[in-house]
Ligand binder design. Structure first.
Ligand code: MRU
Ligand code: ZN
Length: 255
């Protein structure tokens, strides 16, 4: 089915037997994320881009109970960048699109991402609170940094770069301040992307985190790795263990 045929019948854009179709995948992913505490109480969400088409959840709904027929679809090429009013190829009745839409679009347009996940994970929020309240002198409360932890290898090296970070690399995630309205975060998220072009995530103080990836698999596994690291970081802090450490690089010769 071509896009033009689907526009004659917009519901075709969200109708498929394929579980990997974005309109099926967003509800099934959000149901999994809900069990992790990432999208409870309507907060958080997920958006997927396939070529020019972007699939978006409605605003204010229980994200774990969404159906494919609840999903919005827009064409990236058809959006007017300077206008806040977006046009949709397909809109479900009785809803508004997610307030996270401009932030998801930033990941798609500025980083070519195929999927962007927003969580309200406690661990993400706690990391931003620890940075806010107890960053040591000389540290930066607007940057989460951790190294010498195996799970860091779950992240790509950066936009347009091949391969993943190594065990001894330092993972850096910028932190932006929360705003009263979600869409007002967009300019600060874009600023953080410009300042840290290799980052795949931006923390939002006292709110949560946005994580993206080239495709759904990468966005999901990077979000899982990050949540693991945030939880570890909170527990390390409780034990008085620093997030950054100097560990000698050991390269045992392979025989
Ligand atoms: C619990 S309300 C949370 C919202 O304000 C927002 O932060 C959020 O993550 C979800 O927005 P939504 O418009 O429902 O997709
Ligand atoms: Zn949110």
């Amino acid at each position: 089915m071509s896009c033009a045929e689907a526009i004659d019948n917009p519901d075709e854009l969200v109708t498929s037997d394929n579980p990997e179709h974005p309109a099926n995948l967003i509800p099934s992913l959000c149901a999994k994320f809900w069990t992790l505490g990432w999208v409870t109480g309507t907060g958080g969400g997920c958006s997927i881009r396939e070529d020019d088409l972007v699939y978006i959840a409605p605003s204010g709904v229980q994200k774990e109970l969404m159906k494919p027929s609840d999903i919005y679809v827009l064409s990236l090429a058809a959006q007017e960048p300077t206008l806040k009013n977006r046009t949709y190829l397909r809109s479900p009745p009785c809803y508004k699109p997610s307030q996270c839409t401009p932030l998801f679009l930033a990941a798609f347009t500025k980083r070519g991402a195929g999927c962007c996940i927003h969580t309200h994970s406690h661990w993400a929020v706690l990391v931003t609170l620890i940075l806010e309240t107890s960053t040591p002198a000389g540290g930066d409360p607007k940057l989460f940094e951790i190294n010498n932890i195996e799970q860091i290898k779950g992240f790509g090296k950066g936009y347009g770069k091949q391969g993943n970070l190594g065990y001894h690399d330092t993972l850096r995630i910028p932190v932006i301040e929360n705003t009263a309205h979600e869409e007002d975060l967009t300019e600060f998220l874009e600023e953080a992307m410009d300042k840290y072009p290799d980052t795949y995530a931006v923390l939002v103080r006292r709110h949560g985190v946005y994580v993206w990836g080239d495709n759904v698999h990468k966005a999901k596994t990077q979000c899982e790795s990050l949540d693991y690291l945030f939880q570890l970081a909170v527990e390390m802090k409780q034990l008085g263990i620093p997030w950054l450490s100097d560990i000698p690089v050991v390269n045992p010769k392979r025989s």
